[in-house]
Ligand binder design. Structure first.
Ligand code: SF4
Ligand code: SF4
Length: 80
């Protein structure tokens, strides 16, 4: 399964990632992080819909988001 990880210690709560995700998977926490910002989060139940497009990671000005794409096994090559 694709997944993203948001390091809330780097997040300044700008919400750019919530706006760029084409599937609206990212939300803002109602809890403050150590810097006093409300960080972005992705609810675990929404991870299954992540396409690993990495738009959220690319727009984040603080490099707080890492994207992990599941690698599908290559299909067997037939010589028939
Ligand atoms: S990788 Fe793409 S689909 Fe997944 S949370 Fe980020 S913007 Fe959304
Ligand atoms: S774009 Fe980066 S800094 Fe802004 S809310 Fe999302 S994770 Fe936090």
């Amino acid at each position: 399964m694709n997944r993203i990880e948001i390091d809330e210690s780097y997040c300044k709560g700008c919400a750019l990632c919530t706006q760029v995700c084409p599937h609206q998977l990212i939300e803002m926490s109602d809890q403050l992080n150590a810097q006093g910002f409300m960080p972005a989060l992705i609810p675990p139940a929404k991870l299954a819909n992540c396409t690993a497009c990495a738009l959220c990671a690319r727009i984040c000005p603080d490099a707080a988001i890492s994207v992990f794409r599941e690698i599908q096994p290559a299909a067997a090559i037939s010589n028939a």
